[in-house]
Write a protein that binds this ligand. Structure first.
Ligand SMILES: [Zn+2]
Length: 248
């Protein structure tokens, strides 16, 4: 996956951005907090004692009110939907929705203020450290777009277009920047998420496949399909198919 950016971001600033996610001005942080939107883009290195291996951990979180929204989640290196480790239910809305662990995570983070969108996509993986059994977390920017525009009210009158459209980002010279093909599906999903008022969903992560008692790998029929989750399963499954075809 090649790195693309709609703005220039070099050196140390890019490193911090890649690691920590979008750096939001204090006033934006305060507005998000006052609105009860909790978006946590942090990734961490965790050790699995039974499997004796290290993994990268992140959470899917965020949501929206009419004026703005913030959301962060994860897909695979090829832009495919990942299964959550655990879904998190809470009384409140616009908070933590699920937890994911994997050897490599691609984080997709978006901020919306009215019809203006910032998007940051970063890759996080573990690199072996000499003389240290604990690996280093390496992070890099795959796409960074600022002040992208989408002249639709996906949180209101244009709700029917949610999941089908995403904002357009421009370079400083005014040229539109194409999203990497493998990220397009994830970006339309996170665009929907930052327009989802009072969000209680998982917009990017999906349910875990269940390994039923036979030797073959899990198929669609093996996946839990109960009540509300069945639509999400079908959606996540079809998403995998679509993204498989599109992946390079
Ligand atoms: Zn939602």
């Amino acid at each position: 996956m090649h790195s693309q950016s709609a703005t220039h971001n070099n050196g140390q600033g890019a490193e911090v951005l890649a690691r920590q996610g979008l750096r939001l001005p204090q006033v934006v942080l305060e507005r998000l907090r006052d609105a009860g939107i909790y978006c946590q883009p942090t990734v961490s290195v965790e050790h699995q004692n039974l499997a004796k291996k290290y993994v990268v951990r992140g959470v899917e979180s965020g949501g929206a009110v009419a004026d703005f929204g913030a959301y962060s989640s994860f897909v695979s290196e090829r832009g495919e939907a990942l299964a959550w480790l655990q879904r998190v239910d809470s009384i409140g809305v616009n908070g933590v929705h699920a937890i994911v662990v994997a050897p490599v995570l691609v984080r997709v983070q978006m901020l919306r203020i009215a019809r203006t969108y910032d998007l940051l996509v970063t890759r996080h993986f573990l690199a072996n450290s000499p003389n240290n059994p604990r690996p280093r977390l390496e992070s890099s920017i795959l796409f960074y777009g600022r002040r992208g525009g989408l002249e639709m009210e996906l949180w209101g009158k244009d709700v029917a277009f949610r999941g089908a459209v995403s904002p357009v980002f421009y370079t400083r010279a005014g040229e539109s920047v194409a999203l990497p093909q493998e990220l397009r599906r994830a970006v339309t999903r996170i665009t929907a998420a930052v327009c989802c008022l009072g969000c209680r969903h998982c917009h990017l992560l999906g349910p875990q496949p269940i390994d039923v008692e036979h030797a073959e790998g899990p198929t669609s029929a093996d996946i839990v399909a109960q009540g509300e989750t069945s639509a999400a399963v079908a959606e996540a499954d079809s998403m995998r198919g679509v993204l498989d075809e599109r992946a390079p």
